[in-house]
Design a protein around this ligand. Structure first.
Ligand SMILES: Nc1ncnc2c1ncn2[C@@H]1O[C@H](COP(=O)(O)OP(=O)(O)OP(=O)(O)O)[C@@H](O)[C@H]1O
Ligand SMILES: Cc1ncc(CO)c(N)n1
Length: 281
């Protein structure tokens, strides 16, 4: 929870403010749309800086267009300078130019605002959402500014330069060296129970593993965005990192279990699974 200067002195806000800096998914399952739904489900105030527009559906990404650095900067300044933020999540940034722009903007945040970096490289279908030359910028410019970075197994292999068969704990150790405070390597693309491995840069201790039952459901569009936004929401509400990841994992697990078919391909996770009984549908 946070306080805000008001005439007559600081007052407690009824909720936390969480900003996503990410791309739009026209199909509504991932990207900005998944982030804002996740934030709503966590009872925080969600805000957005759009970095790119994708033409996307359950079958894949048909095309995408990055916004200008001026458009990204103006959105960020509008939100941060007036409303303020308690946590930031970054997702699809698309190009090296936008990664550098966003990194510069993150440097202007007040001290202590947590930043969750989801290093989005491709969609669930494998369609690229990042230009090839931007991977180095993601690693060298954005990772050092992350409170936590949340790669899937493929992204962790790409960013670390290690092979795809490398164990998650070894991938996490290699990425911690790139400068984030924490690394969470997600195991959604492995065989068996999806296990996510969290490693802290600070204490050099053993990684913490978060395991769930694998949902026997192909409708997993947006899992990565959902997990990262849930972590950002929990951090904004004052949870520590281990508690935030544990709660976020529980949220995404429920959402995947009840993910539903839409279109001809991969349907979305259900962001409202906890509220369905109250909604009556
Ligand atoms: N079938 C599943 N059942 C339960 N949990 C899952 C399943 N698939 C993925 N997850 C969980 O979802 C979260 C996101 O992991 P994943 O590896 O799918 O990320 P991602 O590839 O970045 O997602 P996206 O493709 O949406 O970008 C992790 O907590 C992972 O363990
Ligand atoms: C806009 C956007 N961001 C992230 C992902 C990753 O799932 C996606 N498919 N689309």
């Amino acid at each position: 929870m946070t306080t805000s200067p008001e005439p007559g002195g600081p007052v407690a806000l009824p909720t936390a403010r969480v900003l996503t800096v990410a791309g739009s998914d026209s199909g509504g399952g991932a990207g900005i749309q998944a982030d804002l739904k996740t934030m709503l489900a966590h009872g925080v105030h969600g805000m957005s800086v759009l970095t790119a527009v994708t033409a996307q559906n359950s079958l894949g990404v048909q095309d995408w267009w990055p916004l200008s650095r001026e458009a990204v900067t103006a959105q960020f300044r509008s939100v941060v300078d007036d409303i303020g933020v308690d946590a930031v999540k970054t997702g699809m940034l698309g190009t090296a130019e936008l990664i550098e722009t966003v990194a510069g903007l993150l440097d202007t945040l007040p001290e202590g605002v947590p930043v969750v970096v989801d290093p989005v490289c491709a969609s669930k279908h494998g369609d690229p959402l990042l230009t090839e030359d931007a991977l180095a910028a993601l690693r060298d410019v954005l990772l050092p500014r992350a409170t936590v970075v949340t790669p899937n197994l493929g992204e962790a292999a790409l960013l670390s330069g290690l092979g795809t068969g490398t164990a998650p704990a070894a991938l996490a150790a290699a990425l911690v060296a790139a400068g984030p405070d924490w690394v969470l390597v997600k195991g959604g693309h492995s065989e068996g129970p999806p296990t996510d491995v969290l490693l802290s840069a600070a204490d050099g201790s053993q990684p913490v593993s978060f395991t769930a039952e694998r949902a026997d459901n192909t409708h997993t569009h947006g899992t990565g965005c959902t997990l990262a936004s849930a972590i950002a929401s929990r951090l904004a509400l004052g949870h520590d990192m281990v508690a935030a990841v544990a709660a976020a994992k529980e949220y995404v697990t429920g959402g995947v279990r009840t993910g539903f078919p839409l279109g001809e391909g991969i349907g979305p996770v259900d962001h409202l699974w906890q509220l369905r009984p109250h909604l009556g549908r």
